[in-house]
Structures are given as C-alpha cells and as structure tokens.
Design a protein around this ligand. Structure first.
Ligand code: SF4
Ligand code: SF4
Length: 66
C-alpha cells in the first residue's frame, strides 16, 4: 500500500499528476480557498509507480510505502 503526500504550498494545480495517474488516484480540489491536487482516500488504489512524482514540475509530491 502506498500513501501519496502533496505539499499544498508547492502545488500549482496544473493537473499534470491527475492526467498521468493510471488509476485516477489524484484529483484537483479546493482546499482552504486554494486549488490543489489531493490524493484519494483509498491508498490501495495507488500503484506506487511514482509517475506523478516524476511529472510534477514543482516537486510537490512524495510517495511512500505504507
Ligand atoms: S504513484 Fe502512480 S498510481 Fe500512485 S498516485 Fe502517483 S501516478 Fe497514481
Ligand atoms: S503536478 Fe504537482 S503542481 Fe501540478 S497539480 Fe500535481 S502536485 Fe500540483
């Protein structure tokens, strides 16, 4: 199982990570008045492929085995 953390300070809501994720584990949502990428509530969906980490231009994403 993997847990994906997105730093809301770094995220610019470009949605590159949302588009690259093969299992739709990421989405763009409004959080504290700012649009940011958020990880699904179901960590079992994540494959741990780190495609989102590689594509993020802001270095906002980390993937950890859980
Ligand atoms: S590690 Fe892969 S499967 Fe998991 S959220 Fe990122 S792109 Fe999606
Ligand atoms: S790729 Fe990075 S900056 Fe773009 S929405 Fe995802 S986390 Fe935010």
């Amino acid at each position: 199982m993997y847990i994906v953390t997105i730093d809301p300070e770094k995220c610019q809501a470009c949605a590159e990570c949302v588009e690259v994720c093969a299992v739709q584990a990421l989405s763009i949502e409004e959080k504290d008045g700012k649009l940011v990428a958020v990880f699904t509530e179901d960590p079992e969906e994540c494959l741990g492929c780190e495609s989102c980490v590689e594509v993020c231009p802001e270095g906002a994403i980390t993937v950890e085995e859980w």
